[in-house]
Structure formats: structure tokens, C-alpha cells
Design a protein around this ligand. Structure first.
Ligand SMILES: [Zn+2]
Length: 283
């Protein structure tokens, strides 16, 4: 058994980002820890919530429900405020995650890694997939935590596969869908979405557990972006979200469709891509 720590920016990012991988990790007998950096107080206000504190409290309950759906063993809150999207005035809140001291925030995550003896830390790519300031900070804090941990974990960066997104968008338009979305166009930070396939290392097929992804998202149904994901018919949802992609810097392999984390049953064959690593610090 290994322990995998997933660092996410907001409650609901675990569902939209890595929920399939989290469920598969549980199925493979691993321990799954979810570290949530912010309280999500600038998300869509759930019904009956008016103040940021009320929003944060409601989103905490939603996150706890999602954690139960996913079988998460431990949910850790870092307690930062939500920065909002690029350009929002909340970006300037000194308590926001985006403005956190990366060394201090990294220490908090490293403490979790140390307490857990974690083998794996999952965060985000260099621009958090689409440039949200709190998501960019996840990347920075992920690297800080890995450096500060007593034992350096494997570090995987969750991201979108831009080539696949482009292909899906083209297919949707060809099928007559009026889709006003271009993954190559500027996202929140002015950069295109995610990462090109040539720079990815892992393609995790989550279609067997796609119902769990939908169920986890359902726990966050107060959020408008989650609602738009849930509004997709099952077959479109599976096409859009049936794979989760990761960068693992230092791996020599091209993007490989395989389970990256082995199994508690020790059934990983020697020639599994999961054992193909470069560098002597990850044996
Ligand atoms: Zn987020």
C-alpha cells in the first residue's frame, strides 16, 4: 500500500480534476489523502448563503460529502481564502491562497506528507491547467512541499490534455453542437488550456469509475461550473472526462496509458511503466 496526497485549490477541484484517479487508487488498496488549500468562499453562493463565511461552511459540507463518495481516508484543510479568478479584487486579500507565502504553505503540505509517510504528491501543472491564481499557487506549493518533505515523494501534476480537448471540440462542432470554446485560445491567465500531449506522461482511463466522478461532482452541485459539467448527457460526460492526465517530470516515457501507482497486492509486473523511472532519487 502506498499513500497518495492530492493537493487541490478549492472544494470541487478534487471532483473535476482527479476524482477518478482517487477512486482507482482506493480500488488498488492505497491510502488517499486530500489536502484542500482554500475554503472556496468565492465560489457560487449555495442557496441560503449570503456571507463568505456561510459559503465556506456550506462548501465544507459539500467537500466532506464528496470525500465520502470517493472513499478519501483523510481530508485536510489548509484554511486559506479563495482568491477568485484573475483580476478579481479578492486577489488582493492577504489571506488568499494565491498570496500565501509559498515556503510556509509548502511546509504545511510537507507536514502532511511527513505525517503520512506519503510516497506520492499530486498537484497541478505550471499554470494550474487554466491560470486561476489559486491553481497556479498549487503548483508552487506542490514543489515547495516535495522539497521540504523528509522523504521526497513522486510528484505528479494533474492537467488537461489540450490535444484531446481540441479533438473533442472539433468532434462536437462536426456533430452540430454550437460550441463557443477553443482550448488553444487564451484561458484565465492568457495561456491556452492545459498541456500538449507531447509533454504528458500518464493517461489514466477512469471510464470504469466515471459514475463516481459524477457522484462527487453532484456533491458540489451548488457551483455553476460544476452544474455545466453535470448537465452533459452521460456519453458526452464520459468523452469529456473519461481520462485524467498527469505530468511526472523526470520520466523519459511518452504519454503512457497505464495505472501509475501499482497495487497493494504487489501485482505490478517488472516491466510495468509504473516502474520505469529516471533518476536515482525515486527508486
Ligand atoms: Zn479551483
Amino acid at each position: 500500500m502506498a499513500t497518495l496526497v492530492f493537493l487541490h485549490a478549492h472544494p470541487d477541484d478534487e471532483a473535476s480534476g482527479t476524482s477518478g484517479t482517487m477512486v482507482l487508487a482506493k480500488e488498488h488498496g492505497h491510502r488517499v489523502v486530500w489536502v484542500c488549500a482554500t475554503n472556496g468562499d468565492h465560489g457560487t453562493a449555495p442557496e441560503g448563503c449570503t456571507t463568505p463565511d456561510e459559503v465556506a461552511a456550506a462548501r465544507r459540507l459539500e467537500a466532506e460529502a464528496s470525500a465520502r463518495v470517493l472513499g478519501v481516508d483523510r481530508l485536510v484543510w489548509l484554511g486559506y481564502a479563495d482568491s477568485g479568478m484573475t483580476g478579481w479584487e479578492q486577489n488582493h486579500n492577504d489571506l488568499s491562497f494565491a498570496r500565501a507565502n509559498p515556503v510556509e504553505a509548502g511546509r504545511k503540505v510537507a507536514d502532511v506528507l511527513d505525517e503520512e509517510g506519503a510516497e506520492v504528491l499530486v498537484g497541478y501543472d505550471w499554470h494550474g491547467g487554466y491560470g486561476h491564481p489559486d491553481h497556479i499557487m498549487v503548483h508552487t506549493v506542490m514543489n515547495q512541499a516535495a522539497e521540504q518533505a523528509a522523504r521526497r515523494p513522486r510528484v505528479l501534476q494533474a492537467t488537461f490534455n489540450r490535444d484531446r480537448q481540441r479533438q473533442r471540440a472539433q468532434e462536437a462542432r462536426a456533430a452540430g453542437m454550437d460550441l463557443d470554446w477553443d482550448p488553444d485560445g487564451p484561458a484565465d491567465d492568457g495561456n491556452p488550456m492545459g498541456t500538449l500531449e507531447a509533454d504528458l506522461h500518464w493517461d489514466v482511463d477512469i471510464t470504469d469509475v466515471i459514475a463516481s466522478k459524477r457522484a462527487a461532482l453532484q456533491c458540489h452541485a451548488s457551483q455553476s461550473d460544476v452544474q455545466s459539467m453535470l448537465s452533459m448527457p452521460d456519453e458526452v460526460f464520459e468523452l469529456a472526462f473519461g481520462h485524467e492526465y498527469f505530468i511526472e517530470e523526470g520520466l523519459a516515457q511518452p504519454m503512457t496509458a497505464a495505472w501509475p501507482f501499482g497495487s497493494s497486492a504487489g501485482s505490478v509486473p517488472d516491466d510495468s511503466p509504473a516502474t520505469v523511472r529516471v533518476g536515482d532519487d525515486r527508486a
